[in-house]
Design a binder for this molecule. Structure first.
Ligand code: HEM
Length: 411
């Protein structure tokens, strides 16, 4: 039943494409005349193909299929404006099969070879993955992360600054760093919401708020998503350049992890400008954000930036499929399959990064006393700096002493 539905969907979708696209012409337009002689040849089925026709075709024998092209009575067909209306009585499964298996003789006046593909089976697998597991597990991941943070907040509460605030501050991030961070944050949040609307709108918004509303929302979302992506990529490069030097792994990180970063328990392990946990956030943002950007560019410029056949070839070369106990990844992909992989990968990685960022937003705002100031005003209290980044505070103090007159360099 599912296979039948799938096939019907592809059929109708491609029918719509063929009708809507004035650039496409099918060389074998269906003939819609009744041919009584052909019907007589197959009286048991009223002219339709017989089991023997099917078996012969499966044996690879040549079958005269002209009877199927000339079958049907357009005058008795349901009107096109009626429900389940047809274009006439003619049925031409061979044409549709040829379209499906890319054997039809199609000419296009624009769009190149890619535009000649009117039916592509992979589209169904992609569609089902998107509406099914991607939506389901992606939503679970985000809601699960939110739930865990609520539980964590209830159990651990807000991480307080243990010592008295000193009233003396040190500069943690300058204005340009903060600009880059908020550009990254603002664009990511917009991209996250608009991406989710586009993914979930049909299933979760349209049934409640109506198709008209969903359509307007999705049109706006797509516009925002496509254009704000540039701000995200710019901010990603800025943040990488500013902070990569502080995020190289060091031995201090191991000690920090060994003590769970002071998040569990009361100890506050020493850390430089960024602690082990922040380095994980940094590299997640750079690597996952980078991957989202590249796959996003591949979607933004359809068919211009195929990524996956080459990636799969490299993965097979490294034997990754064998480590995973899987068959080799496909290395020959049609342009449409490349787009489907890009779309699926873009969404999967985005869900993972969204979950990580939800945790980051928590710890940078309600989760930790004094953290927000670092990105708000750029100034943090020395007591906070001592508790969370003692080695960094020592470095800043040493530099202050070295500076002529011992003045705070940032002020
Ligand atoms: C409203 C949302 C956000 C808030 C309140 C927030 C808050 C903060 C704060 C307070 C810091 C500095 C921590 C410190 O001084 O040690 C920080 C750093 C950082 N933020 Fe955000 N942030 C937000 C969204 C984002 C987003 C969306 C991204 C990336 C997509 C991001 C990426 C980073 C990175 C890479 C760092 C440096 C590493 C780290 O401190 O974890 N932030 N953020």
């Amino acid at each position: 039943m599912r296979a039948l539905l799938c096939f019907l969907f592809v059929l109708f979708a491609s029918a719509a494409v063929a009708q809507d696209n004035p650039n496409v012409r099918l060389d074998d337009e269906p003939v819609s005349e009744v041919a009584p002689a052909k019907i007589e040849a197959r009286p048991a089925t009223g002219g339709a193909q017989t089991r023997e026709d099917i078996m012969a075709r499966q044996r690879g024998e040549e079958v005269d299929t002209s009877f199927r092209r000339e079958f049907g009575d357009p005058d008795s067909a349901a009107g096109i404006s009626n429900q389940l209306g047809t274009l006439g009585g003619a049925s031409d499964p061979d044409l549709w099969r040829a379209l499906r298996f890319d054997e039809a003789n199609i000419t296009v006046s624009a769009g190149g070879d890619v535009a000649k593909v009117l039916v592509q089976d992979g589209g169904m697998a992609w569609y089902q993955f998107r509406e099914g597991p991607l939506t389901k597990y992606g939503t679970y991941l985000l809601l699960g992360t939110l739930g865990l943070l609520v539980i964590f907040f209830v159990l651990r509460g807000r991480i307080a600054v243990d010592a008295e605030m000193t009233g003396r501050t040190v500069q943690r991030f300058n204005a340009v760093e903060r600009f880059a961070h908020w550009l990254l944050a603002g664009s990511f949040i917009l991209l996250g919401f608009t991406g989710l609307f586009v993914l979930l709108g049909r299933q979760f918004i349209a049934p409640y708020l109506g198709r008209e509303f969903n359509s307007t929302l999705l049109t706006a979302s797509k516009f925002i998503h496509n254009n704000v992506s540039w701000a995200f990529m710019l901010a990603l490069v800025m943040v990488f350049v500013f902070w990569v030097i502080h995020n190289l792994p060091s031995r201090t990180d191991l000690k920090w992890f060994a003590q769970f970063g002071g998040i569990i328990g009361k100890k506050h392990p020493p850390a430089k400008k960024f602690n082990g946990g922040q380095k994980i956030i940094f590299w997640s943002v750079i690597l996952l954000g980078g991957s989202i950007s590249v796959s996003g560019l591949s979607l933004l410029f359809p068919f211009e930036l195929p990524l996956f056949a080459k990636t799969f070839t490299a993965l097979n070369g490294f034997g990754v499929n064998e480590w995973l106990g899987m068959a080799p990844f496909p290395t020959e992909l049609s342009p449409q399959e490349e787009m489907q992989f890009a779309s699926a990968w873009h969404a999967i990685v985005s869900f993972v990064l969204m979950a990580i960022i939800i945790a980051h937003i928590y710890i940078g705002s309600v989760g930790m006393e004094g953290a927000y100031d670092a990105m708000g005003s750029g100034q943090v209290d020395e007591a906070w700096a001592h508790q969370h980044h003692s080695l960094w505070l020592e470095e800043v103090k040493a530099k202050e002493k070295e500076a002529p007159g011992g003045a705070t360099p940032a002020e």
